[in-house]
Design a protein around this ligand. Structure first.
Ligand SMILES: [Mg+2]
Ligand SMILES: [Zn+2]
Length: 160
């Protein structure tokens, strides 16, 4: 794959909530990886783009924090656990971005705003034309458009 940086949405892309009727997990025992995620990520040589490997990033809207469903610390830990389960390594500090704001706060990070993607490209030192964002919602595609990077639907990226 010809990208220096691949950024993933979390919910509906790497993992799904196991609580019936609930979209996003609010506790560590409320999620599982989606089919095909481990197998696909195992084909990629992860590391630092400065050393010719692919950087990994996470960009996740976590409005449940603003609603009081979970703390930012717990949400971040669960995203780190998700990366470890999916890719087999603990993500480096700075490679996980979450938006803790509510839907009406007008922040610059909640997707489709590009703030999280821009910060991840800055963190890894990767230009948008060498960056891919993988997500499952129209707001994900919009964030990629607004950040100037490529986009793939999770259903296509993880297609067996
Ligand atoms: Mg999603
Ligand atoms: Zn935000």
């Amino acid at each position: 794959m010809n990208y220096d940086l691949i950024i993933f949405d979390a919910d509906g892309t790497l993992r799904r909530c196991t609580v019936p009727g609930q979209v996003c997990p609010n506790a560590p025992d409320q999620w599982e990886l989606l089919p095909g995620v481990i197998e696909t990520l195992a084909t990629i040589d992860w590391g630092s783009p400065s050393r010719g490997r692919a950087g990994l990033g996470i960009a996740s809207n976590q409005a449940g924090i603003a609603r009081g469903y979970l703390t930012e610390e717990l949400a971040r830990m669960m995203l780190e656990d998700t990366v470890e389960a999916a890719a087999g390594f603990r993500p480096v500090a700075g490679s996980i971005e979450l938006c803790p704001h509510g839907t009406r706060e007008g922040c610059s990070c909640r997707k489709p705003e590009p703030g999280m993607l821009l910060r991840l490209m800055d963190f890894w030192g990767t230009p948008p034309e060498k960056t891919l964002f993988v997500g499952d919602m129209e707001s994900d595609r919009g964030a990629a458009v607004n950040a100037g990077c490529d986009f793939l639907w999770a259903a296509d990226f993880f297609r067996p």
